[in-house]
Write a protein that binds this ligand. Structure first.
Ligand code: GLY
Length: 307
């Protein structure tokens, strides 16, 4: 077994208007770079891939640039409801939360679900009760809602009222965040977190907390975090499709990623993408959307980031 670590993060598949604005583009790249270096520290010190993936996603949740944690999009009621999940490739243990409001770091709550081991996915009020039992405090709505997201929601609601307007929820960028890691012991982990789709129905849960759709990790194959239009990703089980291509077709991460992206495009005209680290530490990213900000450290090497 190759004793090196690998780490990838993404900031969501979508259109990313920011790519045309050099200042905003730099902020995305700087954020991804900073998060990768923070994750590297954990892995270099012999930390577990699960801890590194969770930490990277928590940092991305804290950054209002991304649609997760603070900076999440608003649903049809003008509220934030977030989804997050993580999976341990060593044990196949998983923890996830769906449609949770008022939690600063849903990925940390998902980790507590995983550690408790009694359920894989908790939603809504039950998830909040579990958070309270764990000592994770609820935060005020205004701690999570940013001015930009409030403006975006108002814009989208206005457009939705127009008879000839395209459905705005189908064209906004996703901004979901995710991380996949391989640690020095060859353990794999995946984590994904999101505010979902802007103006989504209240109570809607996307792919991000669903094992096999928005994430998957198995030390025998690879770790995957997916992003994009959740309903399309769910229909082709994007993360599991990529992982199964490694496990049962004996493909490496880049070939399995090509396979998964092809399935997403051909079967459901899906808008999304994914990142993947395989058991040998090879990194791959793919997307059908114009953009998917992401970055990687392959086998202990340099940080690379792309929009
Ligand atoms: N992929 C994020 C969502 O659709 O909720």
């Amino acid at each position: 077994m190759d004793a090196s670590y690998s780490l990838m993060v993404h900031g969501g598949a979508g259109v990313l208007a920011a790519a045309d604005d050099p200042e905003r583009a730099r902020r995305y790249l700087d954020s991804l770079h900073r998060v990768l270096e923070a994750g590297r520290l954990i892995l270099l010190q012999g930390g577990a891939s699960l801890d590194a993936a969770e930490h990277c996603v928590a940092l991305l949740e804290d950054d209002p640039l991304f649609n997760a944690g603070r900076g999440s999009v608003l649903n049809e009621d003008g509220e934030i409801e977030m989804d997050a999940g993580l999976m341990d490739g060593r044990t196949l243990a998983a923890g996830a939360v769906g449609a949770v409001p008022r939690i600063a770091n849903p990925i940390r709550l998902a980790r507590r679900v995983l550690d408790a081991g009694d359920a894989v996915l908790l939603v809504g009020p039950g998830a909040l009760r579990f958070a309270a039992e764990c000592g994770i405090p609820e935060v005020a709505r205004d701690d999570l809602v940013t001015f930009e997201r409030q403006q975006e929601w108002t814009r989208v609601r206005g457009r939705k009222a127009g008879p000839s307007s395209p459905d705005p929820s189908r064209i906004e960028s996703s901004g979901t965040v995710g991380a996949v890691a391989r640690d020095l012991q060859g353990r794999l982990a995946a984590a994904t977190s999101t505010g979902g789709r802007v103006n989504k129905p209240a109570g809607r849960v996307g792919d991000s907390p669903l094992i096999g759709a928005g994430l998957y990790a198995d030390d025998a194959s690879c770790a995957v975090s997916a992003t994009g239009h959740g309903e399309e990703l769910m229909r082709v089980l994007l993360a599991a499709t990529i992982a199964n291509a490694v496990a049962y077709r004996d493909l490496d991460a880049p070939a399995a990623m090509d396979f998964g992206v092809q399935i997403l495009r051909n079967r459901v005209s899906g808008r999304g993408g994914a990142i993947c680290v395989d058991r040998q530490g090879r990194c791959a990213a793919g997307h059908t959307t114009p953009r998917m900000p992401h970055g990687w450290i392959e086998r202990g090497g340099e940080v690379h980031c792309r929009l």
